[in-house]
Ligand binder design. Sequence first.
Ligand code: PMT
Length: 413
Amino acid sequence: MASPRSKCMVLGVTGGIAAYKSCELVRLAIKSGLDVRVVMTKSAAEFVSPLTFRTLSGNPVSLDMFEEPAQWDIEHVSLAQRADVLVVAPATANIIGKMASGIADDLLTSTILACRSPKVIAPAMNTAMWENPITQRNIETLKSVGFTVLRTEKGLLACGDVGYGRMIAPDLIFQYVLRALRSTDDWRGVRCLVTAGPTREPIDPVRFVGNRSSGKMGYAIATELWQRGADVVLVTGPVSLPHPEGIKTIRVETTEEMLNACQTHFDESDISVFAAAPADFTPAVVADSKIKKGGGSSLTLELVENPDISATLCKSKRPDQIAVGFAAETDDLIANAMAKLERKGLDMIVANDITAEGAGFEVDTNIATLIHKDGQQERLGLMSKSDLARLIVDRIWSMRRPSPGREECHCRE
Ligand code: PMT
């Protein structure tokens, strides 16, 4: 039986110093099992040798160096058809202008124009060129026809200027490549709200009540949803994870702040996943200055209950909305989780026994039982938080009610 064809990334490299960073992009793509085809412009080949890309990709590199257009006339069509995703990195102001104007005067621009697959553009240029209204207008034109044009980073540029215009890191570009390859029309326009991480309830200006949540579980779910093509808002407590590329991220400190941020986005979301570990209690009084120790005396903190975010929001949940919670338990896992599912008005709860080795807080893995509203249970073994996120998102998808007119219907239950 013939093995399934690997997905193909066609990478256009144009002439900029950032071309060297695209070598890493090729490496990441190859590592993920993609078939990589590189097309270089003549000026790109001045910065990095085609041999480098040939060696890294394991495929011949196509060059825009021919005098006779006849030589690339057919190739651009075959490359365009082969591409499951077309990436231009780095994309100079010149190629952005050409793409926006529909110019096809060399192999790369012809391939781009002939390609129907998703396109990801990673600009790199001098700050003045980046900020020029002509460039910005061209970028808007590309976005309006469905190109994904990535941001640039601020920093020291090769020309000595400091400002925006640096190409973002290859691993970030690759996140968008994966999203372009994995996203389906099913998930396009689906709005998701995800909570992650702990909250911190201040005792005084330096101390807080908190917990050990690292945010890994929530970030994995947000990333999985985003990579499938959904629009994701992530509300996160203080964590030390990198900002998830492409995801609207709202940072909060306390449970009350997390509730306020979620309230702003809950109505407009189709799916909510409450993976955060918000503090259930907060100090009744917050001291204005640092509480001093002295003479071995004890300190009593009075704690009052915080609002329950998921329970509060789910009171106004519409029938077409799906809400998934987590239950972090130390005993009576299933019974406690089922009680929470009911009390909070959730559609599914992910029960994790946080005392089990490899499960719960901080670690990269988890062990969970998925419990549905109808009582159906699915017991899962030890797996990475990203694999669990994939499974949870699959189950969420199968729970979705067909909702024709989802856009229009904002009526409450
Ligand atoms: O962040 P990690 O280090 O990756 O760890 C992952 C995790 C253990 C935090 C995660 O898997 C998890 O179990 N999250 C829920 C933790 C928790 O607060 O559990 P709970 O049983 O106290 O809460 C039940 C549900 O209510 C949760 O969906 C929680 O987000 C929500 N909740 C809790 C308290 C509160 N005030 N408002 C809420 O909405």
